[in-house]
Design a protein around this ligand. Structure first.
Ligand SMILES: *Cc1c(COP(=O)(O)O)cnc(C)c1O
Length: 406
């Protein structure tokens, strides 16, 4: 059966002011009221159906929010100026001083740094655990725990969270399960599996053109309204508001998400299988050798494949750097962080996006020096891409090095 989200996204349509096929962009920071009484009511929190001020909401941001809610099958969604804006608003809304978070130890470097270095200043502490081990997760939950936090497919190690299992734990202890689904839009639907809040960095696959940063929180209407409450909503008060022009361009890009995700997955699966056959150490959830392969298979929409992210380990940081430079010279992709672009992007996570994680912790969790993280692009001839990548590897003697190390 085809998943419904892509069709739901296509069915959402808002005409522009003059009957345009795209909605008009609301180009205003503030809105007029016909009566003073309505403005007063709006400040009192009765904001339903009214626009007050664009930090609170704007038509363009609401359109994008509706599309995100359709994508993730949640009641509602709010959009933010970045993925981190969405994450900080969510965590600060759910936790007060002297409360506690249990988080996966393999999460996005920025989220890790927020929880490890910043939140303790507000007396919010985090225990980092191996999220694939439900016993360890349960053991870390205390009386003050308010949030269980993970990524459905983790960055950069591509660990797969058992969202149903985590959700059962969250229910048992009355805490909120927050899942960052940035790596797997359409493939995984965390809310259908029991997540309370689903977060996205729209910067990545969802926008797909690497031209802006943006984020979203998909959740119940109650939670989304609480986040933008004018008196105590963390989203409203910390102010990471997405600009209407950007919301509008992201919404337009979202209409091709289903096609792009299929192509990213198809290309990544092809390369992963080839690299594995060649004897490289490949981590890709679509390979049977991947630890989380079965977990992902059970939870995914097969239609969209196993995603566009893979890692290979070429033995040393020096080799990783040489290979990335050589692939960039051959126009096979760009040496850049981030993901979800039409072009393949690669970086060495140990030294870039996860640089917040201390070296010994990185080694403990399998983040080795020679690791290269790929966001596989939309190449039309992936076989040709593979042959040219292989050539770069051969020229650097990568296969010989690996043969020696086994
Ligand atoms: C990039 C990323 C973020 C942060 O998003 P920004 O839009 O850069 O603020 C959060 N989580 C994951 C998994 C990411 O890849």
């Amino acid at each position: 059966m085809k998943s419904k989200a892509a069709q739901q996204l296509q069915d959402l349509h808002y005409f522009g002011e003059f009957g345009g096929v795209n909605p008009s962009i609301s180009d205003s920071s503030t809105y007029t009221f016909l009566s003073a009484k309505t403005m007063f009511d709006t400040f009192e929190g009765n904001t339903e159906g009214c626009y007050l001020y664009s930090r609170h909401s704007s038509p363009s941001n609401l359109y994008l929010g509706e599309a995100m809610a359709a994508l993730e099958n949640t009641e509602s969604a709010n959009v933010y100026a970045s993925g981190m804006g969405a994450i900080t608003a969510t965590v600060m809304q759910l936790c007060a001083a002297n409360q506690h978070i249990v988080a996966s130890r393999t999460i996005y470097g920025g989220t890790y740094a927020l929880m490890k270095n910043f939140l303790p200043k507000l007396h919010i502490n985090t225990s980092f655990v191996d999220i694939t081990n439900l016993k360890k997760v349960e053991a870390a939950i205390t009386e003050t725990t308010k949030v269980l936090y993970c990524e459905s497919v983790s960055n950069p190690l591509l660990e797969i969270a058992d969202i149903e299992g985590l959700s059962a734990l969250a229910r048992k202890y009355g805490i909120a399960l927050v899942v960052d689904n940035t790596f797997s839009p359409l493939t995984i639907k965390p809310a259908d599996l029991g997540a309370d809040v689903v977060i996205h960095s729209l910067t990545k696959f969802i926008n797909g053109t690497s031209d802006c940063v943006a984020g979203a929180v998909c959740a119940s209407t109650e939670f989304c309204l609480a986040l933008k409450d004018v008196n105590d909503g963390a989203g409203m008060l910390m102010g990471s508001t997405l600009d209407s022009l950007r919301a509008s361009s992201i919404l337009k890009n979202m209409r091709t998400l289903h096609i792009r995700m299929k192509k990213h997955s198809e290309n990544a699966q092809y390369l992963a299988e080839k690299f594995e056959t060649d004897g490289l150490r490949v981590v890709y959830p679509g390979l049977e050798s991947h630890r989380g392969h079965k977990d992902l298979k059970r939870q995914m929409n097969a239609e969209y494949g196993f995603g566009g992210m893979l890692t290979i380990d070429v033995g040393s940081l020096e080799k990783a750097n040489l290979l990335m430079e050589s692939m960039q010279k051959e126009n096979l992709g760009y040496l850049a962080v981030s993901l979800g672009f039409y072009k393949t992007l690669f970086s060495a996570p140990g030294t870039s996006t996860s640089s917040e994680i201390p070296l010994e912790e990185q080694q403990e969790m399998g983040l080795t020096d020679g690791l290269i993280r790929f966001s596989i692009g939309l190449d039309n001839d992936i076989e040709n891409t593979y042959l040219r990548m292989r050539k770069c590897m051969e020229q650097l003697g990568i296969f010989e090095t690996l043969a020696l190390s086994v």
